[in-house]
Design a protein. Structure first.
Length: 337
């Protein structure tokens, strides 16, 4: 499954601040072996269990009971009773078989297991998967301070369109015999796609899709085979901000450090604080598209996108020798009026 905009935030409760200027203010969870972002299996299990009704006095008990029943009926073609749903919950999450005269604790070898979810090998080789974002704290609205001195706090996130692999070791149900391991897997997938996982899901983070992002280079984890599905002769390079620079592969050896090209601003995205620039290369005749978040106005560097407008002519100064499927570093220069 692939992350969607604005991305995924995991482990935000971990304390890590050192007091340094411009540091990330929220925590993040990494696998201590690989160093990659990781969603612990316990978090996956907890998120899935929160969708089940729980005990009779639990909040939204009846609504959750009805919801799980509807998922089985409408998505899996199975009609199961409320009693079966409660028994299935105990079996999956507590490892208890309640189908007999007395509850029976299942052997560890018969229990369902929730493994860590990790960054998948289906991501493009060399793709940027981490980026920064901001949450802005405001004053007390009851005191009329909701627009007074907002404080932006920077945090780390997994960017959109990053593939994650959710893994389980599931058994056929002993409580509801009609439910097999594949039914459980389909149920878990539906719940993850419906509700997401991680922090700040109420404002869009932590959501997933099964739609494969366009312009992606797919890689088989088993055989290391790369299948390019980009348009012929063009490659999209994901920047650290999650945008997609479009640079033809023929530009290797053409876009070199300290070269400059004439271009123009074609799009401004105030919400994401980026702008799009197109520039032409004469030999071979080619159009390149890049995304930037800052520019030079005279000798000063600025991020004030309100100073820009679509169609504004700019100078693109290349900072590094471009290599295929790697970031192109550049400076956008605008002359003072």
């Amino acid at each position: 499954m692939y992350t969607t905009y604005p991305g995924l935030l995991i482990g935000s409760g971990y304390q890590h601040e050192s007091g340094e200027e411009n540091e990330f203010k929220l925590g993040f969870f990494f696998d201590y072996v690989s160093g990659l972002p990781l969603i612990p299996g316990s978090s996956v299990k907890g998120m899935l269990r929160s969708c089940f009704p729980g005990k009779n006095e639990a909040p939204n008990y009846d609504a959750k009971l009805e919801f799980i029943g509807d998922v089985f009926k409408e998505n899996l073609g199975l009609e199961i009773s409320s009693e079966d749903i409660r028994g299935l919950e105990r079996e999956i999450f507590d490892g208890v078989n309640v189908s007999g005269t007395a509850p029976e604790k299942l052997s560890i070898y018969k229990r369902d297991k929730f493994l860590d979810a990790s960054v998948s090998a289906n991501n493009s080789q060399g793709i940027t998967f981490l980026g920064s974002d901001y949450i802005t704290l405001h004053g007390d609205p009851d005191k009329g301070e909701h627009l007074k001195d907002p404080i932006p706090l920077m945090f780390l996130k997994v960017l959109p369109e990053i593939a994650f692999s959710f893994q389980f070791s599931l058994r056929d149900s002993e409580v509801v015999e009609v439910i097999k391991a594949d039914h459980k897997l389909a149920l878990f997938k539906h719940l993850l796609l419906s509700f997401g996982i991680g922090s700040k899901t109420n404002v869009g983070y932590g959501q997933f899709t099964t739609d494969v992002p366009t312009q992606r280079v797919n890689r088989s984890a088993s055989f290391g085979i790369e299948e390019k599905i980009t348009p012929k002769a063009k490659h999209q390079v994901q920047t650290s901000r999650g945008d997609q620079d479009v640079i033809p592969k023929e530009m290797v050896g053409v876009l070199t450090a300290n070269k400059s090209f004439s271009g123009k601003i074609t799009k401004i995205n105030l919400e994401e604080k980026t702008f799009e620039v197109e520039f032409e290369v004469d030999k071979p005749k080619t159009t390149c598209t890049i995304y930037k978040s800052n520019f030079k106005l005279g000798k000063e560097r600025s991020k004030n996108l309100s100073l820009l407008e679509s169609g504004l002519k700019v100078t693109v100064i290349i900072q590094n020798d471009y290599k295929e499927l790697e970031d192109l570093k550049s400076t956008i220069k605008i002359q003072k009026p």
